[in-house]
Write a new protein. Structure first.
Length: 225
């Protein structure tokens, strides 16, 4: 008799359990919130059609600049005497960001991309192809130019060849790449940064060349976490 009662009790418990499971609603998948540490998407700073958000530099060494024009989705800075440059007129972060662009030297034999950018309340310039066509580095670090400080390196740049350029500025480092090569990896702490007087008008974000014609495209800005 006890065995029969136990079997009936177990059966009732199983029926109640199955009924509860049948009525239970399927779990709704929870959307994973985007991590605050994720980088923002890159924002285009050049529309490939106009000079919107950019201004041609015209003072001091830029007085005899070359022609600046947009054609075929590219921004062309023709050879000046001695330089041609542009400056970004939009808002620019001072830290934790990434600038990327593609650039090529169209004519001449000096730097085709002098990219000036902010570091907190200071600025500096990434030089690509200076001092005869191949020197790369940051001007200035502790008052030393790109050819004479710890960021100095050499790259064999070919005319009319596009190069992918990327600069990252964080609280701890300045890093720069040409294509996949990491050409600059500099700790910010204990260093002083500045620009040569020729590049002062290119602040906070600008691109210039030197006795050289160049072309730019795909200029983007991305905020970093």
């Amino acid at each position: 008799m006890k065995f029969a009662i136990q079997c009936i009790t177990c059966s009732l418990i199983l029926l109640v359990t199955f009924a509860a499971l049948a009525e239970e609603k399927p779990a709704v998948p929870v959307k994973k919130e985007a991590s605050k540490k994720e980088s923002a998407k890159p924002v285009s700073l050049f529309d490939g059609k106009t000079l919107k958000q950019w201004k041609v530099l015209q003072k001091d060494v830029f007085e005899d600049h070359g022609k600046v024009e947009v054609k075929n989705g590219e921004l062309h800075l023709t050879k000046g005497d001695p330089t041609t440059g542009i400056v970004f007129t939009g808002k620019m972060p001072k830290m934790n960001y990434e600038i990327a662009l593609e650039a090529k030297r169209v004519e001449g034999g000096d730097f085709f991309c002098g990219l000036t950018f902010p570091i907190n309340d200071s600025h500096c310039t990434l030089i690509l192809g200076g001092w005869g066509g191949g020197v790369t580095g940051i001007s200035n670090v502790d008052n030393y130019a790109a050819i004479e400080n710890e960021t100095t390196s050499f790259t064999e740049f070919e005319n009319n060849q596009w190069y992918k350029i990327k600069v990252q500025v964080t609280k701890t480092h300045i890093k720069a790449w040409v294509d996949k090569e990491n050409i600059v990896d500099l700790e910010i702490e204990d260093h002083k940064f500045g620009v040569w007087w020729e590049q002062e008008h290119a602040r906070p974000l600008g691109v210039a060349n030197w006795h050289t014609g160049s072309a730019l495209r795909k200029i983007t800005l991305k905020k970093l976490p």
